[in-house]
Design a binder for this molecule. Structure first.
Ligand SMILES: [Zn+2]
Length: 217
């Protein structure tokens, strides 16, 4: 199995490799994407180019794409209804970009398409890093805060809690990211419980739901 990663930073990608291996339950070969992205909307903008490159030039089976939600809406169960698309939900938008791109691609390299595995870190990937260590940090807490206008924590606070600084070096960020996700020791149930929408969608895609077979929007 060959998996590629597209996210907001090399530190995110290092942590996502660990989490993807936990979800898949087996090691895989990592394929380097042709382009890198930095933040939103850069990930959405480079996604078509990355997908086309992986499809025609590599033997990649699945592409993992994860972005932070920041202040955008959280992807919820109602977004999963057939044909539903939330124009401001980044997960809905990435899935739509994926669908628009792959539906025009002829089969290549012995497979029909590169499968997708899309996740949304609410409100930032540091929340996932704190999972199991800081029980106040959950998707539900963040969504309650969005509904009431009183955020339970800020993205900057999450950054401080993970790195002890708001400006970690890339090397330190990468080390801390891998350290924190490795606490789960192959078992992602806590992450799926505390982040059922954004992490749950990623895990379901990795386990075989991400075939991109939904009707195109
Ligand atoms: Zn959505």
């Amino acid at each position: 199995m060959k998996v590629a990663f597209l996210s907001e930073s090399p530190a995110d990608e290092a942590a996502l490799r660990v989490l993807a291996e936990y979800v898949l339950g087996a090691p895989f070969q990592v394929v380097a994407p042709s382009l890198r992205a930095r933040g939103w909307p850069s990930v959405d903008q480079v996604l078509p180019f990355v997908l086309r490159h992986l499809h025609f030039e590599t033997e990649t089976d699945q592409l993992v794409v994860v972005v932070d939600s920041d202040d955008s809406p959280v992807h919820t169960a109602e977004h999963e209804a057939p044909g539903y698309f939330h124009p401001h939900c980044r997960l809905c938008r990435l899935r739509a970009t994926y669908r628009r791109t792959v539906r025009h691609l002829p089969p290549a390299g012995g497979r029909k398409r590169v499968l997708r595995a899309v996740g949304l870190a609410v409100p930032a990937i540091e929340a996932w890093y704190l999972c199991g260590r800081d029980t106040a940090v959950t998707e539900a807490a963040w969504m309650r805060g969005m509904a009431t206008g009183e955020a339970p924590y800020t993205r900057k606070e999450l950054t401080w809690r993970v790195y002890g600084t708001d400006r970690p070096s890339l090397e330190f960020e990468l080390r801390r990211a891998v350290q924190e996700v490795s606490r789960h020791h192959g078992d992602v149930r806590r992450l799926e419980n505390d982040f059922p929408h954004g992490f749950g969608a990623l895990a379901r895609d990795l386990r075989g739901g991400g075939h991109g077979a939904e009707p195109a929007t």
